[in-house]
Ligand binder design. Structure first.
Ligand code: GLN
Length: 535
């Protein structure tokens, strides 16, 4: 039976709870333990798939096709372990499953209530697979006091009693604000959030205190005393220079030691891989500038995995990367793309910003600027080709409205393993895209083959439209190569423009499987292509 670590947040949102859990997972792995990380989100959406990126940041996709919170991306990147649909839950999903059971008559005439029906459903989710790993870390989204989160806290209270002492701990991530006028870090908001937890029957074992400053001795004493936590379990979590330093910083502050003490783990951590990674990150040999032309660029969280995948490639190649986030609707777009060494056109939805992206693709193609197009980015490379190479001024995607030349069109069916998935025009928007990991066959003697070094790959998808195969031959005549296809040869997965040194676009999201210890070949390839010849 696994040990459980529950993580709650207090005082403020955006404290980096997800990163803290991911880093703790990595630290426990470094002590030889197997871990699994889970996210419990209190909101009522069934999953974040239908949410605007400005609301929620990126939607992460697991191999098995769950649309999940971006924290699952942090978990995967730090623990190098694939998350599944059993690692992400929302109140919406819990309630819909309980209501479906009620309609089926599963509750045998009982009055269906939050306790025990909703809480049992949550507890089943939490306990699922607990005989497969040493430690399960469950992060509760949001902040203590959120009304939707109450059933989650109640479930944790119950499960902690059921598990018995020494089998679970609660880590409360909190904020110590610095008041410049008083010249000190304030502990009162944390005391209040711990009180709020205690009214729910939960007592934290560890306080992970986020702060911009070191926590003075008296503040730690005070927090321990008022929050009923032992002094050594009040951990200072100062802002780190880069996120991959967090495991080292938290280790130094004693986070994993506090967990090890609570669970009686004696093994010491081996942090050499993390130290080596940080050393590489801090010793770049050259610098390149990569422009990302997107429409959600004001909110970095909307491109979290992409941002990280570029960082991983920089670490692997020992290149410092200046990331220029360029708004596709920026009036000085051309000037901005002229000042970068390479371009990425990321995924996206809807028509807004596509003209700017097409302009950027055209510029990169005509001027031999390295370019990586992702998902919508690949669809737009084909639209750009049809417009400029075939003279089809109205070439477009049916996603943006009716067109006589639909070079990108809605997918109606595709293979998912042995099964055929079908979609109609009036299907629900939630959870109905081509989602998750699919195989792709790469053609030899192509840029894609040079980069991957193999012909069979698996990549994660999240899209509803595809490049229309009717235009394949015409594109090939213009020197576009369909270098990656679905194994049944029906869906284009990778397209490249052969006269160009590095112009490649993919229908999948390579950023979702890039890891610090396993950088993705499309990103390392792009970075290498951007390195000026002089360096
Ligand atoms: N909107 C496009 C589609 O649904 C691209 C999606 C994406 O970039 N993830 O196919």
């Amino acid at each position: 039976m696994a040990k459980f670590i529950f993580t709650t947040g207090g005082v403020s949102s955006s404290l980096g709870k997800g990163l803290a859990c991911a880093a703790l997972g990595a630290l426990l792995q470094a002590r030889g333990l197997s871990v699994r990380l889970r996210k419990l989100d209190p909101y009522l959406n069934v999953d974040p798939g239908t949410m605007n990126p400005y609301q929620h940041g990126e939607v992460f996709v697991t191999n098995d096709g769950a649309e999940a919170d971006l924290d699952l991306g942090h978990y995967e990147r730090f623990t190098n372990q694939d998350a599944t649909k059993f690692d992400t839950i929302t109140s919406g999903k819990i309630y819909s499953s309980v209501i479906a059971k009620e309609r089926r008559g599963d509750y045998l005439g009982a009055t269906v209530q939050v306790i025990p029906h909703i809480t049992d459903e949550i507890k089943n989710f939490i306990r699922n697979g607990s005989d497969e790993v040493d430690v399960i870390i469950c992060e509760v989204g949001g902040t203590v006091g959120d009304i939707e989160a109450l059933p989650f806290f109640e479930s944790i209270r119950q499960i902690r009693n059921e598990l018995g002492e020494k089998n679970s701990i609660l880590v409360h991530v909190t904020l110590l604000p610095y008041l410049a006028a008083a010249g000190e870090l304030k502990t009162k908001p944390t005391q209040h959030s711990v009180q709020a937890l205690q009214t729910l029957g939960l007592r934290p074992d560890i306080l992970l205190c986020r702060s911009e400053h070191d926590i003075p001795e008296e503040a730690r004493q005070k927090l321990g005393l008022f929050c009923n936590v032992s002094y050594e379990n009040v951990i200072c979590a100062q802002d780190a220079g880069n996120i991959y330093e967090i495991p080292l910083v938290y280790n130094q502050e004693g986070l994993d030691q506090a967990v090890a003490n609570a669970f009686g783990i004696e093994q010491q951590p081996d942090l050499k891989p993390w130290q080596a990674l940080n050393l590489r990150l801090k010793s770049p040999k050259a610098k390149v500038r990569i422009g990302i032309v997107g429409k959600y660029v004001q909110l970095k969280d909307a491109y979290k995995s992409l941002d990280q995948a570029i960082t991983h490639a920089g670490i692997a190649e020992q290149i410092e990367i200046e990331k220029n986030w360029i708004d596709a609707e920026d009036e000085s777009l051309l000037a901005k793309i002229q000042s970068v060494d390479g371009l990425i056109i990321p995924g996206g939805f809807g028509a807004r910003g596509i003209d700017g992206k097409i302009q950027a693709i055209n510029y990169a193609r005509k001027n031999n600027i390295p370019l990586l197009g992702i998902c919508l980015g690949m669809q737009l490379t084909v639209i750009e080709a049809a417009r400029t190479e075939f003279g089809m001024r109205d070439a477009s995607s049916t996603e943006f409205g009716p067109t006589n030349n639909p070079v990108v069109a809605r997918m109606t069916e595709w293979m998912s393993g042995e099964e055929k998935e079908k979609r109609g025009v009036s299907d629900d928007l939630g959870g109905t895209m081509r989602l998750g990991s699919f195989p792709c066959t790469i053609k030899e003697e192509t840029l894609a083959f040079n980069l991957y070094g193999k012909t069979e790959i698996q990549e994660r998808h999240r899209h509803r439209y595809e490049v229309n195969m009717k235009y394949k031959e015409a594109l090939e005549k213009k020197k576009y190569v369909f270098s990656g296809m679905s194994p049944d040869e029906l869906l284009p997965e990778i397209i490249e423009y052969s006269p160009h040194p590095f112009f490649i676009a993919c229908q999948f999201h390579p950023e979702l499987i890039s890891r610090p210890f396993r950088p993705h070949p499309l990103f390392t390839g792009l970075v290498r292509a951007c390195i000026p010849l002089s360096s």
